[in-house]
Design a protein around this ligand. Structure first.
Ligand code: PGA
Length: 249
């Protein structure tokens, strides 16, 4: 079985009820690649709205989740609450949270674990900064981030994880990784999956690319062997998101 192409739309802290409804309606009425899995991630207050408006074939993801089941954790959202709203996915470890909210590898790994234990699919974001790339530590950084999650998850639990490789220097900058740069890191991630988890995880885990993906650059990237889809930020708010979903057609 080939890995199913996966496209995530990360709205970040953008949109209000009206604009989110119109983005979702646009997706509902578009002709989407029937072989692609599409998951949109609106801001938390609009998760329920997006779930109600989106067609059943479109998944909805939270942008974050907490690692504890309930209790005195002001401002946090639990796995159970997401499940209650029929939200089946969550992002975890986005670089904006790693950098701005100071989330550590270990904390992120605990959230991945809590989400998977609770039955959610996880879009697990990893990636290096420009400084780390320039000092040739890209593979070491993504391996460190992956190892933290591997400490928490059982080998079987990787079936619920989509790995999003998002070089920090490419996010929101218009500076997309070259097809070679993306393929090189994706191949290294797949090799890590084979060595650290299992041959099955290496074969089946989707490794998607994120960072300035647009309708212009998606087709070339999608041709690479180890690029199984995209996590799209800015362009997911625009009608061009449909072209990215359809980049393999
Ligand atoms: P971008 O964001 O597509 O706007 O670069 C990607 C992301 O942060 O997931």
């Amino acid at each position: 079985m080939p890995r199913q192409f996966f496209i995530g739309g990360n709205f970040k802290m953008n949109g209000v009820a009206d604009s989110i409804t119109s983005i979702v309606n646009n997706l509902n009425s578009a002709k989407l690649d029937p072989n692609a899995e599409v998951v949109i991630s609106p801001p938390a207050p609009y998760l329920s709205l997006a779930r109600q408006v989106a067609n059943d074939n479109i998944g909805v993801a939270a942008q974050n989740v907490f690692d504890k089941p309930n209790g005195a954790f002001t401002g946090e959202i639990s796995v159970e609450q997401l499940q209650d709203l029929k939200i089946n996915w969550t992002l975890v470890g986005h670089s904006e949270r790693r950098v701005l909210l100071k989330e550590s590898d270990e904390f992120i790994a605990k959230k991945v674990k809590a989400a998977v234990d609770g039955g959610l699919g996880v879009i697990f974001c990893i990636g290096e900064t420009l400084e780390e790339r320039e000092s040739n530590s890209t593979i070491a950084v993504v391996t460190r981030q992956l190892n933290a999650a591997a400490k928490e998850l059982s080998k079987e639990q990787w079936a619920k994880v989509v790995i999003a490789y998002e070089p920090v220097w490419a996010i929101g900058t218009g500076k997309v990784a070259t097809t070679e740069q993306a393929q090189e890191v994706h191949a290294a991630i797949r090799k890590w999956l084979g060595e650290a988890i299992s041959a099955e995880a290496a074969d089946n885990t989707r490794v998607i690319y994120g960072g300035s993906v647009s309708e212009k650059n998606c087709r070339e990237l999608a041709k690479e062997n180890d690029v199984d889809g995209f996590l799209v930020g800015g362009a997911s708010l625009k009608p061009a998101f449909v072209d990215i979903v359809n980049s393999r057609l």
